[in-house]
Structures are given as structure tokens and as C-alpha cells.
Design a protein around this ligand. Structure first.
Ligand code: CP3
Length: 347
């Protein structure tokens, strides 16, 4: 049973007694106990053992004092169910053995079957729902970000094959995006039915597109995911990822509660661009965490002073935690955000 719902109230823009905190990629390699588990099992092996996956999700909640848990999984996990073979390779990331590059490849993709192929994920969510005192966030990869892996076959800096398909074969492109959108919507609905209290759509790399291309080639599919979940009042978060500032004005019709901002956009400017309709989440540059504590506090204070000007602010990073981050500094930052915001709200 949840006894701390400050994160859910902030998602809805309601009154809070302090600013909630969680960190993207909070379950992971900065934690020596996680690294020990990783000596024995790969990410996918952990995900297939619900008790262990739940344990990994719980670790940052206990160690960092954050106000939300995030499911230990990866954005790639559900694509196995639609017919894509992949591994997550150390020091590289997702590597796809049968990349999708033409009409035949797209036609061969099957609809997702969550019960058949991903029951271990639902089981992990159910365990966490029983054990957690804070809300559980689950997530899916957004169509563009997943497409960038499954078309390229591995992480890319240029997105050359992805953009080639997008600009040259718009019909094939939209068909692929439609299938990935259906997959995400079905998968997230199953998460919510199993006990997820909030869902986030990760579109980490969509900021590589010009705004008008985002609008034409991607946005309709992101909109369709959230439209198809609009009967569920579970808070929904869209994270348009790195360098997404120029895309923000196009997000005003999304049926979400929260938009995640990256650190290049000042919070007030981000709020203005999305029309003041949504709660915001962000946006500390993760590498600020390399600085001494007083410098980290200074950056956090600046974000809090700005973020707290309006209701609906969730403290987070502007992108995921990096492996070299320090547990002690993260715990200290969480405490600082709580204490400073509580004091300001009480005053
Ligand atoms: O946030 C969490 O703590 C929950 C777990 C989580 C993972 N991946 C586990 C993981 C989440 C939310 C993700 C999302 C994810 N995966 C994204 C979106 C967020 C972002 O960072 O932009 C993306 C783009 C991926 C794809 C992916 N998975 C990459 C590029 C890599 C390799 C790079 C890296 O960080 O190592 C992965 C592997 C991965 N996913 C790891 C973890 C903990 C690291 C390797 C491992 O521990 O096995």
C-alpha cells in the first residue's frame, strides 16, 4: 500500500507539501549491489526473474529515499514479442539481429502478446505493487526511439538509416510507427492493469528531428498512444529526450499529465512552450552530479526556485543517470530537494 503519493499529486498539478524526486535510470550501475547482481546475470536474465527484477527496482527507493520507483526493464523488452531478435550488449547497448529496413520487414512484425511473451514483466509489477510504499512508474519506448534501434541495428549518432527510411519511404515509415505505437499502448495498458501507478513514454532520441519533421512523421503516433490510454486516469508522462526544446510547442494537444524537460531548456521557458497545461519533470544536467555537494545544491536550489513558481513540478534529471554517479551524492541531493522545498512551501 502506498503511503507517499506526493509524486502522483505533483503529476496532477495538485497541492504538495514538498517537491517529489526520482531519477531516470535510478536502478543501475552506480550502485555496487546492482553491479554484483550484474556479475551473475544479464539485464534480460534479471527481467525474466520477477523476484530479482523487483528487488533491483526497490534498491534505489530504499537507498536514495526517492518518491517513486521505476520498473527494472528496458525499452527494448517488448519488441521481442513483435518478432525482433536483440541482445543488450555490454558497452554498446541494444543490438538487433534482424533489423527492420523494408516493407517486407515491417509486414512481418506481429502484434504484441503481453500475456504470452511478457508475463514476467506483469508479475514483477504485481510484486512491486504489493511491496512498495511509493508509486511505481513503468514505461515504454516511444516509436521513434525504438525505430532508431530496430532500423539501425545498434545505437547510432547520425540516425542515417532511420532518416533515410523516414524521408524516402513515408508509407513504410508510418506503417512501422503505427505498429510500434500499438505495441506501446497495449503494453502500457497491461502494466496499469497489473498495478503501475504512472507510465512514462521514453522518446530519448526524437530531439534529433527538425520540429516540422517531428510533427509530420512522429507526433501523430505519440498522440495515438496517449489517446488510446485516455480512458485510464493513471498519470502519463512524455519524455521527449535530449535536445527536445524546439519540439515542446508541438506537444500541447498530448493527453498526458507531465512533460519531461532536458537541461537545455529553462523550466519557465519550457512551461511557456507547452502552454502551461502540464506538470513538468526535470531537468538537472546529470553531470552536475560530478561536482562537490555545495555546487550540486546550488544547481538544485536554482531549479527548485524556478520549478516551484507553479504547481506541478517533479524534480528529476534532464536525462538518465550515468554509471559513475555516486550513491552518496544522490542520496544527499534527494534530502536537499525535500528539505529545501518543504521549508519554502511551509513558509
Ligand atoms: O530507469 C531505470 O532505472 C529503469 C531501468 C531502465 C533501463 N533502461 C535499464 C538498463 C530504463 C528506464 C531504461 C530505458 C532505456 N533503455 C532508454 C530510455 C532512457 C534513456 O536513457 O534515454 C533507452 C534509450 C534504452 C536503450 C538502452 N538500454 C541503451 C542505449 C543501453 C546501453 C547504454 C547504457 O546505458 O548502458 C541500454 C542498457 C541498459 N538498460 C542498462 C540498464 C541498467 C545498462 C546495462 C546493464 O546494466 O545491463
Amino acid at each position: 500500500m502506498i503511503n507517499n503519493d506526493v509524486f502522483l499529486r505533483a503529476c496532477r498539478g495538485e497541492q504538495v507539501e514538498r517537491v517529489p524526486v526520482w531519477y531516470m535510470r535510478q536502478a543501475g550501475r552506480y550502485d555496487p549491489d546492482y553491479r554484483k547482481i550484474k556479475e551473475k546475470y544479464t539485464l534480460l536474465e534479471i527481467c525474466k526473474q520477477p523476484e530479482l527484477a523487483a528487488e533491483v527496482s526497490l534498491m534505489p527507493v530504499h537507498k536514495l529515499g526517492v518518491d517513486a520507483a521505476i520498473l527494472y526493464s528496458d525499452i527494448m523488452n517488448p519488441v521481442a514479442s513483435i518478432g525482433i531478435d536483440f541482445d543488450i550488449v555490454k558497452d554498446i547497448g541494444p543490438v538487433i539481429h534482424n533489423p527492420v529496413r523494408n516493407a517486407g520487414d515491417v509486414d512481418r512484425l506481429k502484434p504484441i502478446d503481453v500475456e504470452r511473451d511478457l508475463s514476467h514483466v506483469l508479475e514483477t509489477i504485481k510484486i512491486l505493487d504489493r511491496e512498495l510504499k511509493v508509486p511505481l512508474i513503468t514505461f515504454a519506448g516511444a516509436p521513434f526511439t525504438l525505430a532508431s534501434y530496430i532500423i539501425e541495428g545498434r545505437p547510432t549518432k547520425s540516425y542515417i538509416r532511420t532518416k533515410t527510411l523516414m524521408y524516402s519511404e513515408p508509407k513504410i515509415w508510418h506503417s512501422l510507427m503505427g505498429k510500434l505505437a500499438d505495441m506501446a499502448a497495449t503494453y502500457l495498458r497491461a502494466h496499469i492493469q497489473s498495478g503501475a501507478k504512472a507510465v512514462q513514454l521514453f522518446d530519448s532520441w526524437v530531439g534529433s528531428l527538425a520540429p516540422h519533421d517531428f510533427k509530420e512523421f512522429v507526433l501523430p503516433h505519440v498522440e495515438s498512444i496517449f489517446a488510446s490510454l485516455s480512458d485510464l486516469d493513471t498519470p502519463k508522462i512524455y519524455f521527449p529526450g535530449v535536445s527536445s526544446g524546439e519540439l515542446l510547442p508541438h506537444l500541447t494537444d498530448l493527453q498526458v499529465n507531465v512533460i519531461g524537460l532536458d537541461w537545455r531548456v529553462p523550466l519557465t521557458e519550457g512551461r511557456r512552450r507547452i502552454g502551461g497545461k502540464f506538470a513538468i519533470q526535470g531537468n538537472l544536467d546529470p553531470y552536475v552530479l560530478t561536482a562537490p555537494s555545495d555546487v550540486i545544491h546550488e544547481h538544485a536550489r536554482r531549479l527548485l526556485d524556478e520549478g516551484m513558481k507553479e504547481p506541478g513540478f517533479i524534480f528529476n534529471l534532464g536525462h538518465g543517470l550515468f554509471p559513475e554517479a555516486s550513491l552518496e551524492k544522490l542520496r544527499d541531493l534527494t534530502e536537499y530537494v525535500h528539505a529545501y522545498s518543504e521549508e519554502r512551501i511551509a513558509a
